[in-house]
Write a protein that binds this ligand. Structure first.
Ligand SMILES: Cc1ncc(COP(=O)(O)O)c(C=O)c1O
Length: 318
């Protein structure tokens, strides 16, 4: 993308993106339910309403057909979240967006370096947002960035993130802005991290390859997908097990010194957004999924140790 606007974190990036696209009171924005809560919250910060969309069972990101069904006159934008490193199916969403005159915001917080049809995620949206939080593929501790090809939007974001100050008239504020600046210290770290991004993404892919090989033949699991049109950056390598055993498997692994994380709760089931909506795929994935240790410094022996423990856990449950 032509322009990158560094900000203080990924949530600020999403909020800024929505603000420069003039999304606010009375508008609806489509967001996947199965993701970290930040996207929904940022829609709410603007005064707009997040409408939650179900996931695709095969690759766990927002389901294009379900998007189509949710579009109304009030819909202004779609936030695509490339979950756990796997890209969304972007083309059908771009088609919907074009035909219904909607903006597309990419949330690439978890998918640095992932590709869709041979092209990097983050290069498709009207604005694309990144997080560089400590657990992301490249990090500045806390940090984020908005990308866009639209110079006007980029200028507006630069102004809004710096208290809305007019860039040509010091201490003159045309609008109410935010302090969403990234510090120079964080930026220095980010520049150094960027030098390592290929190595880090390659290691993530290697980790996925080793896990997939080591877990082959373990019955009762589904592992991180990679669709033919996708190149995942495998932020987290994940597995799905039966919902009734998921927590027991995690406890077993914990006893063997292996930390795992459950999948996100579907945001439409969390207290601030709870409603009667049923999104069966997101709900099932959430109940079945766990992330395995996937940090780039994990050794191959440790990966095999985790895979063996997963195998043992599954054997015990059957
Ligand atoms: C998909 C997604 N979007 C946004 C965020 C928010 O980013 P930050 O924590 O940098 O505000 C996160 C998590 O950190 C995330 O996983």
């Amino acid at each position: 993308m032509k322009h990158g606007v560094a900000v203080s974190n990924g949530t600020a990036a999403l909020h800024l993106a929505l603000r420069v696209l003039d999304i606010g009171d009375g508008d609806n924005v489509l967001v996947p339910s199965l993701t970290f809560i930040a996207a929904a919250n940022c829609v709410t910060y603007t005064g707009a309403t997040p409408l939650f969309v179900d996931s695709h069972p095969d690759y766990w990101c927002i389901e294009p057909k379900a998007v189509m069904k949710k579009v109304t006159d009030k819909t202004r934008a779609i936030i695509l979240v490339h979950l756990y490193g796997h890209p969304c199916d972007i083309n059908p969403i771009l088609e919907i967006a074009r035909s219904k005159n909607l903006y597309v915001i990419e949330d690439c917080a978890e998918a640095h370096g992932a590709e869709y049809g041979g092209r990097r995620v983050g290069s498709f949206g009207d604005v694309s947002c990144f997080s560089f939080y400590g657990n992301k593929i490249i990090t500045t501790g806390e940090g984020g960035m908005c990308l866009t090809n639209n110079e006007e939007l980029a200028d507006k974001m630069r102004m809004l993130k710096d208290h809305g100050m007019n860039p040509r008239k010091r201490y003159w504020h045309d609008v109410i802005g935010f302090n969403y600046r990234m510090t120079n210290l964080q930026a220095a770290l980010g520049v150094a991290q960027l030098e390592k991004i290929e190595r880090l993404v390659n290691r993530k892919r290697e980790i996925a390859r080793i896990y997939t090989g080591a877990l082959e033949g373990t019955e009762g699991i589904v592992h991180s997908p990679e669709m033919p049109w996708a190149k995942s950056s495998y932020w987290f390598y994940s597995i799905l097990v039966k919902p009734e055993i998921r927590d027991r498997v995690m406890t077993y692994l914990d006893h063997r010194g292996i930390e795992t994380r459950p999948f996100f709760y579907p945001v439409h089931k969390l207290p601030p957004y709870r409603d009667d909506l049923e999104l069966p795929v997101a709900e099932q994935l959430s109940a079945r999924g766990m992330n395995l240790p996937s940090g780039p410094n994990i050794t191959d022996d440790e990966l095999n140790h985790v895979a063996t423990a997963v195998h043992d856990a599954l054997q015990l449950q059957h």
